[in-house]
Ligand binder design. Sequence first.
Ligand code: FAD
Length: 373
Amino acid sequence: MSTSPASKRVAVIGGGILGVSTAVHLLREGASVVLLSEQGLASGATGRSLSWLNSAGERSTPYHQLRVAGVDRYRTLFAADPGRDWLQFGGGLMWHAEGEQIATETRHEYETAIGYDSKLLAPEQISAAVPGVEAAAVTDSAIFNPGEGWVSLPDLVEFLMDEFHERGGELVLNAGKVSVTVDGGRASGVETAAGQTYPADAVLVACGAATPAVVAPLGVEIPNGSPVSMLVLTKPVEHELKAVLNTPRAAVRPNPGHALALDHDWYEEHIIEHSDGTFSIPEDVVQELADEAAKLIAGHPELKPASWKIGYKPIPGDGEPVLGELGQVPGCFVAFTHSGATLGLIAGELLAGEIATGRKHPMLATFRPGRFS
Ligand SMILES: Cc1cc2nc3c(=O)[nH]c(=O)nc-3n(C[C@H](O)[C@H](O)[C@H](O)COP(=O)(O)OP(=O)(O)OC[C@H]3O[C@@H](n4cnc5c(N)ncnc54)[C@H](O)[C@@H]3O)c2cc1C
């Protein structure tokens, strides 16, 4: 279809960071946008994400480049107002379990070789370089990546939605399970659970871990490797931490309101799935994670969990992002990725450009959904 961006109507399904970011970038491109979400905004992974902004460790070169561009866009946003308490660049500190020093050194060498800012710190160097960390918790050396940061995604979504409304976007909340409608083999719009239809020139499916299920009725298979995970927010606590910590027993980042956000994976075996599709976890496991995190914070403050959320963490079956138009259903695009916090701004920008103009962006070339066909 040769509709110009200015008159293009786009329906975006999913009120997480990828749907919201792409919707706002589409509005900037001049498209008209309707954004539909099953429940409220940020009700999926976006509402329970550690959201460490990084490209640490080893991965494919295109994925690394996309993540570095992702961090760059956050840097631009940060520079416009460094005082926001929901987007900060205090670096990232990681270390492996005792006895795995070689893994730490190998990772540091790899990061250095690709130009990723990576410092190998001995335990006695940590307090000065990374304030707020209990250096005694580090037995061997640790890697400090000074260029990394963190974002509170619910705050980012709120920030972007102000622009969404200013630019005249249409928001449909509590739409239930929205599906893609097809006419003559091409996406023609969307239909809510209640049967309300919204015709569109293009559709974006940004449904997090549910993305494969939403495109399955279109005859499109996208492998799904999404695990169940948890994010804990603590009650406000005195701390000086600015960095994101990734350690053998807890991952920790600051959260607005003097709280901390906690994550890891060792507790996954304790998560219970209920028949209605919801999840729970014993409270003593949540407290154990808080206790593990407390050992990492200078002064060992007592950490009290204030809330915790459990659900699917979107991860495509092959671990790489799935971004772009479906070959089988022209006009229908998908955004399904691991590390959607890091990629939130850049993926929205590049996808919006493709949807609005029809021009394929070279940085998305290896991430097309067609690789599974
Ligand atoms: C514990 C945890 C830690 C993480 N840590 C990091 C990290 O450190 N760094 C990083 O970069 N990323 C991290 N992530 C990943 C990142 O948070 C996610 O990739 C990102 O939030 C996904 O956003 P999304 O918009 O794709 O999906 P979601 O936020 O899941 O949003 C999808 C939305 O679509 C809606 N929906 C689903 N199906 C339908 C339908 N049929 N109709 C209408 N609406 C529908 C859902 O209700 C939901 O609101 C983490 C995630 C978790 C859970």
